[in-house]
Design a protein around this ligand. Structure first.
Ligand code: NAD
Ligand code: UFG
Length: 337
């Protein structure tokens, strides 16, 4: 298949591009490098011996996006491109709606103009909002609580309307839980700019000595050890979920929603402990107040993805930490190392 991957130079995108190339697909990456480096794709080439074509382009540049579709015959699109920092989205909502929603509308218009109607979209468990009901199932009502999450919810609505209006569309909405880890080679991984917002990259930077200690946000949640519980998923398992969705769509018209998670929750303290074991040294931490907007527990019911796609996770929390650590220790400053 000839697959356009938007945001393919980023964290999840680069791992998925690697899997697509290994599976024999032809890959074209569209990315404006706003939050990534083309070095990730150079390393994917080094690892696979196969090259994805790279087009440096912003989805907000609608005429250029349309030219790309006019000059290429894509079979399908995997759409990762977007801004993803929750806190930043609260401060700069217009930038988030513009980039994520308008960027997606531009992409959809070009897909429609050129008859490319197979799409896998990066949604997020954040669309479930602050519900205390777990596990999360796809049919639950959506209630995102911040601008970033609302861009995902709005794009899901747009895609649902599109599928209802024109049944020739084949759309997978993949709701990721908490992606972590790195390719087992330690050559590609997550390269956050500035202070990491997410737990694993922060823990990794403490373990490698870039930061002093982890602040554990809240130890008074109604959980077994008082800290927040999340469903961590290895980025290579997540990448495999995209290939499974891409295999499914050619024989299924319509719009499909799948949770991509393990179905198991781990607490912040369990993650810190597992990472310390992977790194061979304890990771210092301190309890701090709850982070505003956080919920106590979030984990997926991943049974729909298993039933429909035959997909489930294969990698444990230990493996996520070992692979994340290998990437961190070999590339202490990410792709700038
Ligand atoms: P990332 O920032 O590493 O990758 C996103 C890529 O999109 C980057 O390479 C960036 O340069 C590119 N991009 C952004 N805006 C663009 C635009 N207008 N035009 C072209 N390229 C653009 O993030 P990631 O962690 O790989 O996430 C990929 C997708 O998955 C995002 O849509 C994100 O919202 C979603 N997601 C991520 C998580 C997570 O925790 N990492 C969880 C749920 C959903
Ligand atoms: N945490 C800490 N200290 C830190 C960072 C996080 O204790 O320095 C805690 C949080 O309070 C939470 C857990 O670690 O209990 C996980 O936090 P993350 O920030 O790693 O992940 P979230 O579940 O809050 O959110 C992430 C993404 C969202 C996405 C969501 C579901 O940031 O964009 O996963 O996919 F929507």
């Amino acid at each position: 298949m000839k697959v356009l991957v938007t945001g393919g130079a980023g964290y999840i995108g680069s791992h998925t591009v690697l899997c697509l190339l290994e599976a024999g697909h032809e890959v074209i990456v569209l990315d404006n490098l706003a939050n990534s480096s083309a070095e990730s794709l150079r390393r994917v080439h080094e690892l696979t011996g196969k090259k994805a074509q790279f087009v440096e382009l912003d989805l907000l540049d609608a005429p250029s996006v349309d030219e790309l579709f006019a000059s290429s015959e894509f079979d399908s699109v995997i759409h990762f491109a977007g801004l993803k920092a929750v806190g930043e989205s609260v401060v700069e909502p217009l930038r988030y709606y513009q980039n994520n929603v308008v960027g997606t509308l531009n992409l959809l218009a070009s897909m429609n103009n050129h008859g490319v109607r197979t799409l896998v979209f990066s949604s997020s468990a954040t669309v479930y909002g602050a519900t205390e009901e777990v596990p999360m199932v796809e049919k639950m009502p959506l209630d995102a609580t911040n601008p970033y999450g609302r861009t995902k919810e709005q794009i899901e609505d747009i895609l649902s309307d599109l599928g209802a209006a024109d049944p020739s569309w084949r759309i997978a909405l993949l709701r990721y839980f908490n992606p972590v880890g790195a390719h087992e080679s330690g050559r590609i991984g997550e390269d956050p700019t500035g202070v990491p917002n997410n737990l694993l990259p922060f823990v990794a930077q403490v373990a490698v000595g870039r930061r002093e200690k982890v602040m554990v946000f809240g130890n008074d949640y109604p959980t077994h050890d008082g800290t927040g519980i999340r469903d961590y998923i290895h980025v290579m398992d997540l990448a495999a979920g995209h290939l499974a969705a891409l295999d499914y769509l050619p024989s299924h018209q319509g719009v499909y929603r799948w949770n991509l998670g393990s179905g198991k929750g781990s607490s912040v303290l369990e993650v810190i402990q597992a990472f310390g074991e992977a790194a061979g040294k304890p990771v210092p931490f301190e309890f701090a107040p709850r982070r505003p907007g956080d919920t106590a527990v979030s984990y997926a019911d991943p049974s729909a993805a298993l039933a429909d796609l035959g997909w489930s996770v294969h990698r444990s929390l230990s493996q996520m930490c070992e692979d994340h650590w290998r990437w961190q220790v070999n590339n202490p400053s990410g792709y700038g190392s």
